[in-house]
Design a protein around this ligand. Sequence first.
Ligand SMILES: NC(=O)c1ccc[n+]([C@@H]2O[C@H](COP(=O)([O-])OP(=O)(O)OC[C@H]3O[C@@H](n4cnc5c(N)ncnc54)[C@H](OP(=O)(O)O)[C@@H]3O)[C@@H](O)[C@H]2O)c1
Length: 378
Amino acid sequence: MDKGDDVIQSKKIVVLGATGTIGKMALDVLKKLKNFKVVGISAHKNVKLLLKKKIEFPDAFTALTGDRVEGVDFCGEDAIEALMEKTLPDQVIVGIAGFAGLKYALTSAKYSKRLCLANKESIVAGGNFFLKNVRDSNCEIIPVDSEHNAIFQLIEVEKSPINSIFLTASGGAVRDVPVERLKDVTPEMVLKHPIWNMGARITVDSATMFNKGLEVMEAHFLFGFPSDKIIVVLHPQGKVHGMIKLNDGTVKMLASKADMRLPIAYAIHYPKRIKAFEGFMPFGEFTFEMPDLSRYPALRLAYECLKEGDGARIVYNAADEIAVEAFLKKEIHFTHIYKIVERVLKNGWPKILDDYESIEAVDVAARRLAKEMVRRCC
Ligand SMILES: NC(=O)c1ccc[n+]([C@@H]2O[C@H](COP(=O)([O-])OP(=O)(O)OC[C@H]3O[C@@H](n4cnc5c(N)ncnc54)[C@H](OP(=O)(O)O)[C@@H]3O)[C@@H](O)[C@H]2O)c1
């Protein structure tokens, strides 16, 4: 297998999850850049939008991980592998949502030199197994998740030892609803994120802070900091995305507009920085405070899961995905999301998992249990 040639001028790039929020923004970035050629795009079910994007990017082969559809180049579970084999991209933007991102990120790493990784679930569920596989494939990861992209940018130019890292959180759409009334908030209320325009699951996860919990785990594996050195701070303005604290107490922070096109453009150009978009925002108000864990118990649970080992992290993600789906269908209350995940975790899960099949088996088992809990809540 050849990973392509370093001297080519125009870099070949594949966008996985091209029909999602990240995927669409990535294509929006790539449309403006002459030095990248989009050679592949994927979706799961949204054929209509995939084929519409193909008209905008005529050099791109199309892949659909769902059922076979006329007019799409590669379909089914093996569609991403076939797409990679055909295109041998220099870079892959992984904008797939959920656990499925793990399998497809691993496939991408075999054929490409760089993963611009938005899918946090692959790191959370795959942990050391995922990172080792990507490394062994001679592929690098540049994080796209805004907080991790910010920490990555801060760390890579820092010459002094770093004491700890800070991830900022907006607090989500219902951050001002009194805790005792959270039970009654509706999907419509939760989906109105105050700052970011994102997919449905991540928007709900912002309101519960399951998203921040996943990000704490993601930061642990990406940057190698122990959990007590990864601190979450509430920053409702969404201007600062990440901070590092140095040994003398100095804090350095990265601030820009809340626009995912900035970390996407940074990840694909790294180590260069280009001005594709204006990232500067007026300073105005910056506030930081520690989150109230009675409002965001999912955050505490994430730190516990990190200590529990591989199984617990997979369950944290899988059970949350099922519970969020049920909340969006109005089958359970908002506060049931946390309760379901906590109960599924109590089942007891393996501490070390070092192959894909075992990881997937835990994911499947956790989903089954979570669905059972949803039925009991209904
Ligand atoms: N949105 C953000 O601002 C943001 C920021 C940081 C990190 N992230 C992370 O980026 C990832 C994507 O988030 P998003 O908000 O862009 O999600 P999204 O809008 O829901 O889009 C998800 C994309 O993944 C595809 N997909 C869904 N299930 C799949 C499966 N089983 N197999 C293959 N492809 C599948 C979807 O295809 P169809 O459209 O065909 O269903 C769609 O293209 C998540 O891991 C999220 O945590 C997002």
